[in-house]
Write a protein that binds this ligand. Sequence first.
Ligand code: NAP
Length: 255
Amino acid sequence: MDPKSIAITGASSGIGAALAHALAGPGRQLALIGRDTDRLESVAAACHEKGAQCLAASIDVRDGERLSAFLGEVDGKAPIDLLVVSAGILDGRHADQTVETGPAARRVLEVNLLSAIDTLHSVLPGMRRRRRGDIVLVASLASLNPLPDAPAYSASKAGLMSYGLALREAVAQEGIRVVVACPGFVSTGMADVHLGARPGEISADAAATLILRGLRDNSPLIGFPAVPFWFSRLSIVLPEWLRRRMTQDTRFHVG
Ligand SMILES: NC(=O)c1ccc[n+]([C@@H]2O[C@H](COP(=O)([O-])OP(=O)(O)OC[C@H]3O[C@@H](n4cnc5c(N)ncnc54)[C@H](OP(=O)(O)O)[C@@H]3O)[C@@H](O)[C@H]2O)c1
């Protein structure tokens, strides 16, 4: 695995920024996408210092036309051989609510699921033509074990995981690898929004290392930490009352 041209959404902070740092080096071009210009520029500067060429673009991933035009331009100059889709938001039940609102649910699904699918379809045709490319979709352990405090977030990540695993099989014969990362708690900006216990939390750098190791091994699902990952995978076969009881210590609200 030695990608030369890499595009990352959600590159302005957290896991996306940590992946950008980990992948930066001489001979590599990074296209970094986020919304916050200052944070994007500072990630680009740090990656540039490590020898990478960087293009930073402040784009809302819900603006499919702009995103697709930017990725098309990057792909035209330096064919993208690794796409990381990490842009995502967490919303859900606030302290004064029993359940999330409808508009919040729609926004989460738009950013985390629909825009993620749009993003990969901007890059997929080029990869298919070249019969080469890697795609990393950043989902969540919530893909496997739905969170009562964030139903739309859980649905968006379950949808992304399902889409990714289905796509993986569909394009495998064309030389394209799709992997789905399912992180547990990671210390990022998202941790400031998630107000509740965060057992087993790891750093964004550690998460990036595990994701890149999983990509190197072409693991379909890159889940971590190991114990919560396996609990989440098996939770689907547990009686619902038992699954709920085992997750009651991780109830939270968003802030
Ligand atoms: N942290 C965790 O515990 C955890 C656990 C499981 C999965 N994840 C997933 O990991 C991914 C990365 O999250 P993170 O933990 O690194 O959180 P983060 O630090 O908040 O990063 C989120 C990134 O997504 C970008 N983003 C959000 N909405 C966007 C939009 N509409 N258009 C463009 N960019 C947008 C943000 O850019 P701007 O700030 O510039 O807008 C930022 O770069 C997410 O998909 C998240 O669901 C996180």
